[in-house]
Design a protein around this ligand. Sequence first.
Ligand code: CP
Ligand code: NVA
Length: 304
Amino acid sequence: MKHFLKLLDVSKEEIIELLDLADLLKSYVKEGKPHPFLQGKTLGMIFEKSSTRTRVSFETGMYQLGGHALFISAKDSQVGRGEPTEDTARVLSRYLDGIMIRTFDQEEVEKLAQYGSIPIINGLTDFCHPCQVMADLQTIREHKGKLEGLKMCFIGDGNNMANSLIVGGLKVGMQVAVACPKDYAPDQKVLDFAAAYGDQFLLTDSPMEAAKGADVVITDVWASMGQEEEQKIREVAFAGYQVNAELMAQTNPGCMIQHCLPAHRGEEITADVFEAHADEIFDEAENRLHAQKAILVKLMGGRK
Ligand code: CP
Ligand code: NVA
C-alpha cells in the first residue's frame, strides 16, 4: 500500500490489517505506552475545506507517533492561488514524508499521488471519506465484536460518506442497505462496484426498507461542504430521510448509530436518537485518531 486515496483501492486484508493496528495503537494510548514509530517524520496537511476532527486527529496522531504535522491552508498558500497540483506535489515531496489532503475533486488527490513521491492520504473529497469509514469500521467491530455478517444501513444523501461506507462495508463482508432519494444516489462507480456483490447490497428510496434488521444505522448531513446554497432544496428532498425513533424501531435490538459529525439535529437525525447513541458516536470520533495513526504508520513508518 503506497497511498490511501479511496477504499476502492484497498483490499479486505489491508482494511483488516489496518483495523488491527488501529486497535493496538489505541491500546498503547490507553496504557500510556510511548510508540514513536514516526520519529523525525513530517506530515503536511492541506485543507481546502473546513475541519475540526480531521485536522486535530491527524495533528495529534503525528505528535503521538513522535513526528510533526504541518497545517497548510489552501487560502494562505499558493494552492489557493492555482499553482498546478503537479508542481505542488513535486515540491512538497522534497520537504515532507507524507501529505494528507482535504479538497473537492478526487482528481486532485489522485494527481498528487501521481506526481509526488511520498504517500498521499485522502482526508475527504466530494467523492469519498475513507479515513472516516476506517474509524467507523473500527468502532462497529469494537462494539459488536465482528463485522462480517452484520447489516449496515445508510440513510440520506448518496454523498462521500455513502460512497466510502458502501465500499468499506461490502469489502469487510457486511450487508449494506442504502436509502436515498432517487436524485441523490451514490456515485455510479460505487454502484458498479456494489453490483458485483448481488444480494449483499440494496439501494432503495425507502428508509424503512433499508433499516429493517440493521445492526448499525449511519447517516450524514443533507448538504455537504460546498453545497450550502442548496440547503433549502435539500431540506425538501430529504424530508422523510431522518434517523428517528420510528426508523430505529425497524432495526435489530442493540442496533448502533454512527454519524461522522458535525450533526444537524432535527434534520438527518433527531436530538433524542442522537443522544441515546452519543457514546457510540463519540467513540467513532475518537477512533479517527487511532485509525488514522494506523494509516500513517503503515504508509510512512516502513511497516509496509
Ligand atoms: N467527520 C469529519 O471529517 O469531521 P471534520 O470535518 O471536523 O474533520
Ligand atoms: N458529507 C460531509 C462530511 C463531513 C465530514 C461533507 O462532505 O461535508
